[in-house]
Design a protein around this ligand. Structure first.
Ligand SMILES: [Zn+2]
Length: 373
């Protein structure tokens, strides 16, 4: 019996290595969703002279206009709202997912019980490292309390439960690296252009980021609870500078991602730190256990017991994977566990920087990197 299994595993591995190369996906960023937080009956944070919903809508529209004008229609901008209307959180993610966008940018403003905190921060999906970060996610997710049937729509998620944020963060986006790349750029430009406090790139469980399937960030553009910053956020100069910063970050991200020289010049030319690059490509192995024609967003708590679930799209199918292992061996033993759980057709797939590649290519990169160490 053992022998049969060994032969079976070897045959599987051999088949995997011989699979024809996956088609080279054209790396293009030509559709972006801009999501101004709150709206309508939900004002968001309330300052002394303004509502968050109005400021973020204004900044969102300015950012979108810069993108549309600069790329002459080459990049499509989709807004989750372009007027003062209430849009449910789940609908925002739905709009992004159904549009097949390459990027999701959510724009918000912060508030704090104290009037002292100031500055800008950008979030990506993940587990919060501090209570402050958790509080930001809690207050943004609280938008769902404005919805009548939020208990059905959010799969039992309770924005006030600390435990739910830990569960939420287990479903970490497979686009984390890209999201961090973009958010670092946003913070770079914020720091350089606005001269305001750079609070950095952070992680927390925001429902919209959890539900969107493309790289996504959530910008907190400043504190309405700080009177001086509220004035800045309401000024022409403030709103323009913030929009230009987001645009420049988008522009950098687009050209970094597409690896071409674009004719678009940044609006604000700044010398940003250039990192020295060694081969830092992240090679990982995951176990593919399910594939659906229709997107079945990794339903909250549904795949219980399966670690590190992520999803990628290929040939019109949404493929679900488990684990994120540094070696094929580790992925193989995970596969055995999944087969035990009843996913008989589970098999190992390779990723480089979160992009599905041939097993051979991944092994080659891995061998090269190990050779250098
Ligand atoms: Zn907000």
């Amino acid at each position: 019996m053992k022998r049969t299994i060994t032969y079976f595993v070897l045959t599987c591995l051999w088949l995997l290595l011989c699979l024809p190369g996956l088609p080279q996906t054209e790396r293009k960023i030509d559709k972006v969703v801009i999501d101004p937080g709150h709206g309508g009956k939900d004002p968001g944070a309330v300052g002394k002279i303004s509502y968050e919903k109005n400021i973020v809508l204004d900044i969102a529209l300015r950012t979108g206009r810069l993108i549309t004008d600069s790329y002459h229609g080459e990049v499509k901008v989709i807004y989750t709202r372009s007027t003062d209307e209430f849009i449910e959180l789940y609908k925002r993610a739905q709009i992004a997912n159904e549009s097949g966008a390459d990027l999701f940018i959510s724009i918000h403003c912060n508030a704090n019980p104290s009037s002292l905190p100031s500055g800008m921060e950008t979030f990506v999906m993940g587990l919060h490292k501090s209570q402050d970060n958790l509080e930001v996610a809690k207050s943004e997710n609280a938008a769902i309390f404005y919805e009548e049937d939020y208990k059905q729509q959010y799969e039992g998620f309770d924005p006030n439960s600390d435990e739910d944020y830990i569960i939420l963060s287990l479903f970490q986006s497979s686009n984390l690296e890209q999201s961090i790349h973009l958010s670092s750029r946003v913070q770079d430009y914020f720091r350089e252009s606005t001269g305001r406090k750079d609070r950095g790139v952070k992680q927390a469980g925001f429902w919209v980021l959890y539900k969107t399937t493309m790289p996504g960030i959530l910008i907190e553009a400043g504190f309405l609870s700080n009177p001086e910053e509220e004035k800045y956020l309401n000024s022409e100069k403030g709103k323009n500078t913030i929009a230009e910063s987001i645009f420049n970050a988008f522009s950098d991200y687009k050209s970094d991602f597409e690896k071409v020289n674009l004719s678009v010049e940044p609006l604000v030319k700044k010398e940003l730190p250039v990192e020295v690059k060694k081969d830092e490509r992240v090679v990982s192995f995951r176990v593919q256990f399910a594939s659906y024609k229709k997107e079945k967003s990794p339903e909250f708590r549904k795949f219980k017991g399966i670690p590190d679930i992520s999803v990628y799209e290929h040939d019109g199918h949404y493929k679900y994977t488990a684990g994120n292992e540094p070696t094929p061996e580790a992925a193989n033993s995970l596969k055995a566990g999944l087969i035990d759980l009843g996913y008989r057709d589970a098999f190992v797939v390779a990723f480089v920087d979160d992009v599905r590649v041939e097993m051979g290519e991944a092994l080659e990169i891995l061998a090269m990197q190990n050779g250098k160490n």
